[in-house]
Design a protein around this ligand. Sequence first.
Ligand SMILES: Nc1ncnc2c1ncn2[C@@H]1O[C@H](COP(=O)(O)OP(=O)(O)OP(=O)(O)O)[C@@H](O)[C@H]1O
Ligand SMILES: [Mg+2]
Length: 463
Amino acid sequence: MGSKGHHRYHWQSHNVKQSGVDDMVLLTKITEDAIVENLKKRYMDDYIFTYIGPVLISVNPFKQMPYFGDKEVELYQGSAQYENPPHIYALADNMYRNMMIDRENQCVIISGESGAGKTVAAKYIMSYISRVSGGGPRVQHVKDIILQSNPLLEAFGNAKTVRNNNSSRFGKYFEIQFSSGGEPDGGKISNFLLEKSRVVMRNSGERSFHIFYQLIEGANADQKSSLGITSLDYYNYLNQSGSYKVDDINDKSDFQETMHAMKVIGIKPEDRTMVLQIVAGVLHLGNINFKEAGNYAAVESEEFLAFPAFLLGIDQNRLKEKITSRKMDSKWGGKSESIDVTLNVEQACYTRDALSKALHSRVFDFLVESGGSLAVSFVHVDAVHLENSSPDSSSPRSSQGNGEEHRELLHNGRQTCGSAELGAEGGIAGPVEREYAARPVARGQWPEASGQRPLERASVYRL
Ligand SMILES: Nc1ncnc2c1ncn2[C@@H]1O[C@H](COP(=O)(O)OP(=O)(O)OP(=O)(O)O)[C@@H](O)[C@H]1O
Ligand SMILES: [Mg+2]
């Protein structure tokens, strides 16, 4: 493809040497070995994309390929699948055109193990759609929000794992709504099942969510003093896994990008400050330790309560009470009574950690909702959705089979085109990942955080 020279884009007219087969339905023998062999042959020649019929397989090249420029955007626009080498732009274009011509909602589901390149693929789809769809300033604003949601959600929901330095630790469904002219006029992001346990613990060699490191590295002097920012190893929540820096990540400049993204998305300055206060508050909460005092937990040194209490805007003694005791409702006959039960050290640690996890996850939900306030939709699984709100699409086409029904259900006759990034087995840490995939279908509904229309969301996966 591109790496082979400028004149080879159209393999039919330029007689490009084929590397393996473009479409694996053409393999003479369809066995696992033949498929792997074909993918390997192509990968060695820098062709990362291969079709199996309408399905696109993408192999992570771990280096920037040269075929994602303007030239390729132009090349794939409006051309048929077989005209050009397999490419994610071909898939995105197909999706966009189907939405415009057939007036049907579209969804891409991206599946693969952790580090396979799902998030990068979803970004390519979004940037392609954003490039080929027209629009004035209002449309540009929508596009900015769509594109800026990525760095923001990644700061709070991605982390370095042993398999991927930028692993998505949450489910994401991203829906873009289009006017009848094909311009994005809104969108919605849904997230679900953030791996919040990462805030308080993780495997060695892994990091917590990027935002914690970004804040410490990127905060200015004022922020440092008002938020009590010191060094990375000062915070218990960060110093336990022995990993602070990531080779290809610049936390300092990413912090500026995160702050900029919050601004573009429309988060008010006072809310931005509050978000940072909570992020710092969580770090400080982690430094509250407990000691045994007659079988019960007592805060080891009370001065560690002051900063988190201040940052979270709560009374220091209330915070102490909250993390060293638990309210219990007891029912005796018709009488119910509420009593405070004192916790032991282990329980107090759990309570402190539960508070930290809940705080981070609420901030994350807040950011997702802020990004979705324009009416755009994102779900992890990485899904991308496009929606066309033309007047004639309000009378849905006749249902043929399940797929059609689901599509209609999905957007009440409006049209969407989206993408879902599905972490397959091992995609996002084992059990959590499986829960992502299993829950919507098994229970017929989406987890709370994603907002309304639970059944419709579930159907995305069945398309
Ligand atoms: N098309 C690509 N070109 C160049 N590098 C890529 C490409 N796809 C992926 N990568 C590299 O691989 C890394 C991991 O990819 P990505 O974050 O998309 O994985 P993922 O499938 O989303 O994993 P996870 O399930 O852990 O979130 C990227 O940060 C990037 O460095
Ligand atoms: Mg990812």
